[in-house]
Design a protein around this ligand. Structure first.
Ligand code: SAM
Length: 252
């Protein structure tokens, strides 16, 4: 069995959409639109997706009337986005480094990608960049996990079969119980005619808790709503789940 270790998402880009086949991108974008209408004071359509991956949200939001802009630090992922959503303006950039001012009505960051800014000081910088990049009345929407709710289990495995090829994709978080590090472990196994090839990677993400995240957003100047992690309904967080959707508005 060959074990490969490459840069996270560079090697994954070609497989990414197949492993995300079950993700309800349309449902997430319908939710973003509902939250935008409920919490934004701006009614513009300039939209930025942070850590846009292969551009699924960009295309879905374009279909909902928004003008798509995407940011990611992987050129391989952006290459997929360019094919999917040719009208999107794309920037190859770190989450904490983009520099627009008063440019967007809506910024999203899905699939817990805000945690890729590391450590907490970089998350804070990312949120500050978002505040600067939003027009007054604009909204930032992202999902997050409270590290104290991490199960430290095997994670989630997705299996795919196509022709003579079998693929599995396992992703799991591990939190040591204290500190700013949230470990993400990814393993892809590809089996063809009995030959197994495994691609493993580890990425250091940032452990956050919800009171801390709320405080960070408020210190920057955002008005914050914490919502249940349920894309089918716009519902305030009950305080129980360790997954939530943050909707942060920039005051007018
Ligand atoms: C789990 S994927 C999510 C992609 C997309 N948001 C989705 O929901 O399908 C995480 C993405 O974040 C990007 N990424 C990771 N760290 C980043 C960073 N520091 N700055 C910008 N993008 C980053 C990766 O290249 C990858 O495309």
């Amino acid at each position: 069995m060959a074990v490969l270790s490459t840069g996270l998402y560079a090697g994954l880009a070609g497989y990414y959409d197949r492993f995300c086949a079950e993700v309800d991108y349309a449902g997430q974008c319908d939710y973003a639109l509902r939250a935008f209408r409920a919490f934004a004071s701006s009614d513009g359509v300039d939209y930025l997706d942070l850590a846009c991956g292969t551009g699924q949200h960009l295309l879905a939001m374009q279909q909902r009337g928004f003008v798509p802009h995407g940011l990611d630090n992987s050129s391989a992922m952006l290459a997929q986005t360019a094919l999917r959503c040719p009208q999107a303006r794309l920037q190859l950039c770190d989450l904490a480094e983009f520099e627009q001012q008063d440019s967007f009505d809506l910024i999203t960051c899905f699939l817990y990608s805000i945690h890729y800014s590391h450590p907490v000081a970089r998350v804070q910088q990312t949120l500050q960049r978002c505040f600067a990049a939003l027009k007054p009345g604009g909204v930032l929407l992202f999902n997050a996990v409270d590290a104290h709710g991490i199960q430290n289990d095997e994670g989630v495995t997705t299996y795919l079969h196509q022709g003579g090829e079998a693929l599995s994709f396992r992703s799991g978080w591990h939190y040591r119980g204290a500190g700013e590090v949230l470990d993400l472990h990814l393993t892809i196994t590809r089996t063809v005619a009995g030959d197994e090839e495994q691609w493993c990677d580890h990425h250091t993400m940032t452990a956050l808790n919800f009171p801390q995240l709320q405080a960070l957003l408020q210190q920057i100047g955002f008005e914050v709503e914490v919502m249940e992690h349920d894309y089918s309904v716009l519902l305030a967080w009950s305080g129980e789940s360790s997954n939530a959707i943050f909707v942060a508005s920039k005051p007018c």
